[in-house]
Design a binder for this molecule. Structure first.
Ligand SMILES: Cc1cc2nc3c(=O)[nH]c(=O)nc-3n(C[C@H](O)[C@H](O)[C@H](O)COP(=O)(O)OP(=O)(O)OC[C@H]3O[C@@H](n4cnc5c(N)ncnc54)[C@H](O)[C@@H]3O)c2cc1C
Length: 405
């Protein structure tokens, strides 16, 4: 079979919300894009997550990205042609003790200046506003403009919007070989497709570590599998999406009445598939009833999980490779990449076009793992601006080919 060959400005591995929104942003900048997804776009973490679209509780390092994303979420229909059931319903972080309440107060003080408008609520006001909350809750912090969305609608819609904008999107097309040389990258997808590009975005989610390692930048990423469950529809009583200070459980009610619950760890079936664990679901159900006693008689109608990449500091890798000009990473979102995904896509597009981003991303550089035990001692090449990589790609070169197979 003759392979189809494509030459493009930017190739993207991974059609989750990150790769798909990067593809859309690149097309809006006028660059040619090929997006390669081994399954269906938005079918992995990006399509099976809890649907929390929250800024509250993020590390301060992520708030500029989260703010940028917040603005994009507000324009979803214009950007991707659907509202994806996105609602600014409010996100309420529950305190179960005075210490939790103090911690929420500290966060409010530290995050001033990021327009979160956090409101601390406790005592009588809490009971009046949410009579459905169990006695364990002593108060909490409300971020009124945070919210929720349906990931199954939103994430594939970014890929479809990128396609309408002119990106070439290949689904069920695993990238199984990447060769990098001074002229750029050659990506092979079985015998049928070969893509050449001077720029490559590594948006392969929990599977992105392999590509980073291939180019001398191994990262200590592990896969995690948050446990999820959904109840039968119940009469609507709750607008807010709930979380708990210190973690544990999160819960939201969708317009048709079902409550979506998350918390605890599921189990991996293999490198690609995961499911909820029976013990995790039992604990989740108990915690849910403590939080919202009305759930006592609710039936769980489905449980599931997904596969997500976690780095030890729970911050993503977002930025240019230090070892391979033209390679740009965006992965490892530690169970919190859905909200920031659209902004990450724009940042990746800026890095591709300009070699830098207008949003601060200094905390997310891959070089923070370079000195760790087991990390390869790769030559510390500067993060060559991507535009330089594109220019290099258009020059004939007699330099030896660097194969990173
Ligand atoms: C159960 C669960 C609940 C979560 N809840 C929330 C939440 O409420 N709020 C929030 O903000 N975040 C949440 N997250 C995290 C969020 O879903 C992820 O951080 C985000 O979706 C990551 O997007 P991504 O595009 O990087 O990864 P993915 O969606 O995993 O996309 C990566 C894609 O790369 C593809 N790929 C991998 N290797 C190759 C290859 N060789 N060739 C071609 N394609 C390849 C994969 O098939 C996949 O589609 C949750 C995650 C999970 C699992």
């Amino acid at each position: 079979m003759t392979a189809r060959r494509c030459v493009t400005d930017v190739a993207i591995v991974g059609g989750g919300i990150v790769g798909s929104s990067a593809a859309l942003a690149l097309r809006r900048m006028g660059l040619k894009v090929v997006l390669l997804e081994r399954d269906l776009c938005g079918s992995r973490s990006s399509g099976v997550n809890y649907g929390g679209v929250r800024r509250q509780g993020r590390p301060l390092s992520q708030l500029p990205l989260a703010q940028r994303a917040h603005e994009l979420w507000g324009r979803l229909p214009e950007l991707i042609g659907t509202d994806g059931e996105y609602e600014r319903s409010g996100h309420f972080k529950i305190a179960r003790s005075a210490a939790d309440m103090a911690s929420l107060e500290r966060y409010r003080a530290l995050s001033q200046g990021f327009d979160l408008d956090l409101e601390l609520i406790s005592g009588e006001r809490l009971r009046a506003r949410c009579p459905w909350l169990g006695a364990k809750a002593v108060g909490g912090s409300l971020c009124p403009a945070d919210g929720q969305a349906n990931p199954r609608l939103v994430s594939p819609a970014f890929a479809r919007a990128a396609e309408r904008a002119g990106a070439l999107v290949f689904e069920r097309t695993p990238v199984d070989e990447v060769i990098g040389d001074r002229a750029g990258f050659t990506l092979r997808c079985g015998p049928t497709l070969e893509v050449r590009a001077p720029l490559l975005l590594n948006c392969a989610g929990a599977w992105a570590g392999q590509l980073a390692a291939q180019f001398g930048e191994p990262v200590p990423m592990h896969s995690g599998h948050p446990a999820m469950a959904v109840t039968e529809p119940m009469p609507h009583f709750m607008d807010w999406s709930l979380g708990v200070e210190g973690g544990g459980i999160y819960c939201r009610q969708v317009a048709r009445g079902n409550l979506v619950l998350g918390g605890g760890a599921g189990v991996a079936l293999d490198a690609d598939r995961a499911r909820s664990d029976r013990q995790a679901i039992t604990t989740l159900a108990r915690q849910a009833v403590e939080l919202i006693p009305a759930l006592r008689d609710a039936q769980l109608i489905r449980t599931w999980s997904g596969t997500e990449g976690y780095l030890p500091d729970r911050e993503p890798v977002l930025g240019c490779s230090r070892t391979m000009p033209g390679l740009i990473h965006g992965f490892g979102f530690a169970g919190a990449g859905f909200q920031i995904g659209p902004a990450v896509g724009e940042v990746l597009a800026e890095l591709a076009r300009d070699g830098r981003s207008s949003t601060p991303i200094g905390a997310f550089g891959i070089e923070r793992f370079a000195a760790q035990p087991g990390a390869a001692q790769a030559p510390a090449a500067s993060a060559a601006p991507a535009a330089a990589a594109m220019a290099a790609a258009s020059r004939p070169t007699s330099l030896p080919v660097l194969s990173h197979r």
